[in-house]
Structure formats: C-alpha cells, structure tokens
Design a protein around this ligand. Sequence first.
Ligand code: CP
Length: 320
Amino acid sequence: MNQFTSVHDVQDIGKLLRDALALKENPYAHKSLGENKTLGLVFLNPSLRTRLSTQKAALNLGMSVMVMNMDKEGWALETQDGVVMNGTTVEHIREAAAVMGQYCDILGLRSFPKLADREEDYSEDFFNKFIAYSKVPVVSLESATRHPLQSLADLVTIKETWQGAGKPKVVLAWAPHIKALPQAVPNSFAEWMCKAQELDMLDFTIAQPEGYELSEDFSKGAAISYDLDAALSGADYIYVKNWSSYKDYGKVLPYPEGWMLTNEKLTVTNDARVMHCLPVRRDLELSAEVLDGPSSLVIHEAGNRLWAAQAVLKQMLEKL
Ligand code: CP
C-alpha cells in the first residue's frame, strides 16, 4: 500500500482485515519491520484516539514516531499558489510538506474541513497538496471528507464480533448534536460499508432526517431511510453519528423528535450492538443508558483503532 486515504487505496480488504485481527493476536510479530523508519504525525486539529492508536501501532512495528501539532506549534501555513505572502501565513505548504518528507518515511495528516465552502472542502486541496509535496507515503488521520482508519477499525469490529448466521444488517443512524460536524466519518463509514456490501459481507442502510443526505459518491448502494424505527427493525449493528447537512452545506437543519438512540428504540432490533467513533456527547448524541449498557461496542471499537492502524502501517512498510 503506497498511501491510505480511502477504501480505494486498499487492494484486498479481506487481507487487511485478516492482518488487523492477526496483529491483535500477536502485536509484536513484525516488531523489526519498522526498524530505522520514522513516522511523522501531523495534526491540524485535536485528537485522542487517532493520535495514540497510530503512535502505538508504529511503536509495535519498531518505528520511531514524531508528532507535530501544526495548529498550535507550527508556522501558519499558506496553501494557495501565486499569492504574495504579506498576510498572516508564514510558510507555504510546498516547503512545509517537502521538509517533513525529508525527516519521515511515512507521514500521517489530520486536517478537518472548514464547512464553509463545499467545493473547497470536497476538493481535498490541502490534503492532496500535502501528499504531492511531501513525496512520501501518507496515511489519512482524517481529512475533510474521510476518516479511513476509523472505518477500517469499524469493519474490523463488525467482522470480529458477528456470530450470527448470514449477513448482519448494519445501520448508520444520524443523531442530534448542537454543533455543525463534518461528514468525514459518515462518508467514510458509508464508503467502506458499501464496499463490504458489494463483497457480500453485510447489508447496509443509512437512516437520516430529510436534508441530511450524504453525497452519493459515498452512499451509492446503501438503502436509505427517513424513518429511524423502520431502519432499526432487525438491525444487528447501529453506527450512531451526527453530521451536518451536505446539501445545505455545513448547516444544522431542523429535525423531528426521536433521533437519539435509547434502550426503548433498541427493542425492535436483533439485539443490535451499538457503535460510535467517539468522542460522543452523552444524552445529546447517544443516550448514557445505551453507552453504559450491554449493547455498547464503543470501547472495543476504539481499541480496534490500534490494530487497524498497525495493519495499514505494516502494509505501507512492506512497500518501502
Ligand atoms: N474517533 C476519532 O478519530 O477520535 P479522535 O478524534 O479522538 O482521534
């Protein structure tokens, strides 16, 4: 694997899932693979899980890790070409990414969308420039439109825990929030689940209020529902997540009552397991009774972030 920015960078999803679960069984099986190799993790936004799991994954493979909190500790970056830099930006992405590529064998980048201009965010201009100028393999730690390490961990979690006959019914369920959140996690989850559905691994439904439809570039192939209770009927996995509107870009639109998942809502499911990428706002986005109850997979899922990251780094190191 030369880079990891979406499911489209993965040649064999089955092998990546097997690698992740094998690493979970034997974390230090490849402890010399990353010897004398350096991973640089560049954050333009906060992180708990992605930061720690990716560092630990690299350490398990014998790599050295450097973390750069670019938003707090780096120079203010210019991303546009042809501008006279007589304003607040101090360093151009052309030099900054190229220099980081001199120090690191693999780079990771987290860069959230601004949620002001859909075309700009969905062009992934900043991410693509970082990849082009760094000239080393890049792993996405969450971009404007995708969070593939999270989605891989989510699929690992479903594969690992599913014990039923046949294919599980997986439902991505929109949930309330007070802030406008990016579509990166649901886009990416939808993209990975649609791919898994193509591979006959599961059946996938997205439930959302009117106006919260994701881009078809990510959701094509999913069953779409505007009725949460109907979508939850017979569900085996519920992936709870808020996102802001894609159509009315970045807006928090009005929505009907009843979109927060509760124990009462779980009664129509097939004893569904409940997932969330975290962080989660309790009793706003997801009820505390569900989070603290036997259906919740959120900590298990967060634990699997480590094995997802380690499987990706392993496959990247094997290509260096
Ligand atoms: N789920 C996730 O990416 O968590 P962090 O934002 O804390 O890294």
